[in-house]
Design a protein around this ligand. Structure first.
Ligand code: AMP
Ligand code: MG
Length: 399
């Protein structure tokens, strides 16, 4: 039977993902959080016309070339000036509100400043150096929409409106376990036959970067009872369970059977390389992903399938990263039966983006992931000659 395609799997998963509830958070806790409601501006930003320069505010029609003008008041930022007396100028500083009666600001560099007077040395344009009320944001404007993940700039934008808290998707608790008798943690001494657990910090940080909380269940032995216990634990404490390893069909692979015993497996094996044995199912009401043990497979399947699923749970509108056209700097002569995601480095070239691939594309070689800045997509059955166009997904779009 043909394996399920990546696109079909993603479609299925997104339909399964259940959206979470909402919570109110302070701005400082909201980086990366997903807006649960549209945000409309309650006021204008800036709230009034203000000076873009240190200089003098005046009425442009009062100016007489070369004639001194009386400086009738001084308006630093934060101070509200008086109505400008006709024929006079106000000393003004950047950010100070323009006094009634003034319509133009002259930069101090364009003036001669005397004792209580100023001489303007230029012929200004009326309205110059004034940032008008609402220039950045107009009251009533739709600013950010529900489903948007808040960036640092958004936090600044919201603060500029005086917004101190936002309604966002409630954070998701994700239980993470690494299966494998051979695994030890970094810092421990390896005995013969053992390797370090590289999936744990990699996957935990990828989960956290989506704004989720990690319940780290550490290493789970390749044993049916230990696997079942860990899965029960995970199910009872988390909103989503992710394991790595143990989802193939070897005698030491227990995850699949234990998930089936505790709940149901809805997907297993798909036409993706690396990452074919990915599993998805449910432990009661709690969704479960079984990622392959090979670290590159875990990385790729997380990026392409688990990440969009988590984003769907969070109500994010843009769940899949954009694919960019780029030109291959390599040949790919052999067509494959699974969609392949090559670890690639994309650089700008004279004629557009250029793609080089890492020479070691083994699913165990994390150097290729650390080296790459993109995944190059090779569709099922495709071959490529150097210079052909292909699609790439930038890792920066997978944060
Ligand atoms: P498995 O899916 O359990 O058969 O594991 C496939 C390969 O990935 C084996 O070579 C494992 O040793 C390796 N592996 C599994 N889990 C991890 C992990 N957490 N860190 C590093 N390598 C792993
Ligand atoms: Mg294993």
């Amino acid at each position: 039977m043909a394996l399920r395609s990546v696109e079909d799997t993603l479609h299925y998963l997104l339909a399964c993902a259940q959206k979470r509830g909402t919570e109110v958070r302070g701005l400082a806790q909201s980086l990366g959080a997903v807006l649960a409601e549209d945000i409309f501006a309650q006021s204008n930003v800036p709230p009034a016309d203000n000076s873009a320069m240190d200089g003098y505010a005046l009425r442009e029609s009062d100016l007489r070339a070369g004639e001194p003008m009386l400086v009738s008041q001084r308006i630093p930022a934060g101070v509200v000036g008086q109505s400008l007396e006709p024929g006079t100028a106000a000393r003004i500083f950047t950010g100070a509100f323009i006094p009634d009666g003034a319509d133009t600001v002259i930069a101090q560099e364009d003036c001669e400043q005397g004792d209580g007077v100023v001489i303007v040395n230029i012929a200004p344009e009326r309205g110059q150096h004034i940032r008008p009320c609402g220039q950045d944001i107009a009251a009533g404007q739709l600013l950010l929409t529900a489903g948007h993940r808040l960036t640092s700039a958004d936090l600044g934008l919201l603060a500029s409106l005086g917004v101190s808290q936002v309604s966002v998707s409630a954070s998701i608790k994700v239980a993470l376990m690494s299966t494998g008798d051979e695994l030890r943690e970094p810092g421990e001494v390896l005995a013969p036959g053992q390797i370090y657990n590289s999936n744990r910090p990699m996957l935990a940080s990828m989960i956290r970067s989506l704004g989720c909380d990690v319940i780290d269940l550490g290493i789970v032995a390749d044993d049916p009872d230990a696997t079942r216990l860990a899965l029960v634990n995970a199910r009872d404490s988390a909103d989503l369970v992710i394991s790595s390893g143990g989802v193939s069909v070897g005698e030491e692979d227990h995850v699949k059977a234990q998930v089936e015993a505790l709940g149901e497996l809805q997907l297993w094996k798909l036409a993706i390389k690396p990452g074919k044995p990915l599993a998805y199912g449910r432990l009661g009401d709690v969704p479960f992903f079984g990622l392959p043990g090979n670290p590159v497979s875990g990385f790729v399947t997380f990026c392409l399938l688990v990440r969009p699923y988590i984003l769907a749970m969070l109500g994010v509108s843009e769940k899949s990263p954009p694919k960019w056209p780029a030109s291959a700097n390599f040949d790919w002569p052999k067509a494959g039966s699974r969609q392949e995601y090559l670890r690639a480095r994309v650089t700008p070239g004279a004629t557009g983006l250029q793609v080089d691939i890492h020479p070691q594309q083994s699913s165990g070689a994390l150097t290729s992931v650390s080296w790459c800045n993109a995944l190059a997509v090779i569709p099922v059955g495709a071959t490529l000659r150097s210079g052909d166009l292909l699609e790439v997904i930038f890792l920066r779009d997978l944060n």
